[in-house]
Design a protein around this ligand. Structure first.
Ligand SMILES: NC(=O)c1ccc[n+]([C@@H]2O[C@H](COP(=O)([O-])OP(=O)(O)OC[C@H]3O[C@@H](n4cnc5c(N)ncnc54)[C@H](O)[C@@H]3O)[C@@H](O)[C@H]2O)c1
Length: 254
């Protein structure tokens, strides 16, 4: 088991990729805090983790709220006594053309996707610095590297996460803390599949723009995060790893 007895906080773990990470972590022996703004769903996820033989608790947190973030850290320490891994996974996307994007749309996306990473990392790093070890994994996106229309706030937030990951890795390395990013391409979560069904995203175009010809699965992202969080990745810090079936490498059909 890669993560035996490690204590991990995963934000946005009630559903989607975050839930897949929680399941993978439990299978690898970790004790998991399912930290999500949707407490009811987080509790359901915890029941599933327990049915797999895992140890897990649900904590309600809005990653943009410093008091709730501090409470998430306190509850984790109360229950498990330390924090080995933080996965900053919580994120949203608001898709609008630039000329229709309201300031509050922009602020909401930047607040959750970027400021949330700052707040959770700062609160958890205070504990990890005392421990003299820890791993932080930040959820970026292929759209932090390449652009498609209607994603001004989202792309900026994820490019920000990539820069913040580098910066945090440099600052926290002296304390034995690694900070890495992952940048998934198109992943078949319920949210993405619903957008495809509504015609908001074009599944066929995604497959065409992905050399491997398919969407990724949440489990494929979760397995990379489990590796990066484990001691097997002990010399990796600062980088953001693409998990995208070649999407960012591809220049398009000619
Ligand atoms: N699905 C993809 O194709 C894809 C691709 C690249 C990157 N990502 C990133 O992966 C992460 C997860 O995406 P997903 O597709 O699983 O999304 P999702 O919508 O399925 O799940 C997101 C989770 O985050 C929670 N959340 C939202 N706002 C929150 C807040 N303020 N505080 C705490 N929790 C909050 C939600 O309740 C939900 O449980 C996001 O950061 C997203 O940007 C997704």
């Amino acid at each position: 088991m890669k993560l035996k007895d490690k204590v991990a906080i995963i934000t946005g773990a009630a559903e989607g990729i975050g839930k897949a990470i929680a399941i993978e972590f439990v299978k690898e022996g970790a004790k998991v805090v399912v930290a999500d703004v949707n407490l009811e769903l987080a509790e359901k996820t915890v029941e599933e983790l327990k049915s797999l033989g895992g140890e897990a608790i649900a904590v309600k947190v809005d990653v943009t709220n410093p008091d709730e973030v501090n409470a998430m850290v306190s509850k984790t320490l109360e229950r498990f006594g330390r924090i080995d891994i933080l996965v900053n996974n919580a994120g949203i996307s608001i898709q609008k053309p630039l000329l229709e994007m309201a300031l509050e749309d922009w602020r909401r996306v930047i607040d959750i996707n970027l400021t949330g990473v700052f707040l959770c990392t700062q609160a958890v790093a205070r504990v990890m610095v005392q421990q003299g070890r820890g791993v932080i994994v930040n959820m970026a996106s292929s759209l932090g590297f390449v652009a498609i229309p209607r994603r001004a706030a989202y792309s900026a937030s994820k490019a920000g996460v990539i820069g913040l990951t580098r910066e945090l890795a440099v600052e926290l390395a002296p304390y034995g803390i690694r900070v890495v990013g992952v940048a998934p391409g198109w992943i078949a979560t319920q949210r993405v599949l619903n957008l495809a069904k509504k015609g908001v995203v074009n599944e066929e175009a995604i497959k065409m723009m992905t050399p491997m010809g398919r969407l990724g699965t949440p489990e494929e992202v979760a397995k990379v995060i489990a590796f990066l969080s484990s001691d097997e990745a002990s010399f990796i810090t600062g980088d953001t790893i693409l998990i995208d079936g070649g999407y960012v490498s591809y220049g398009g059909p000619i």
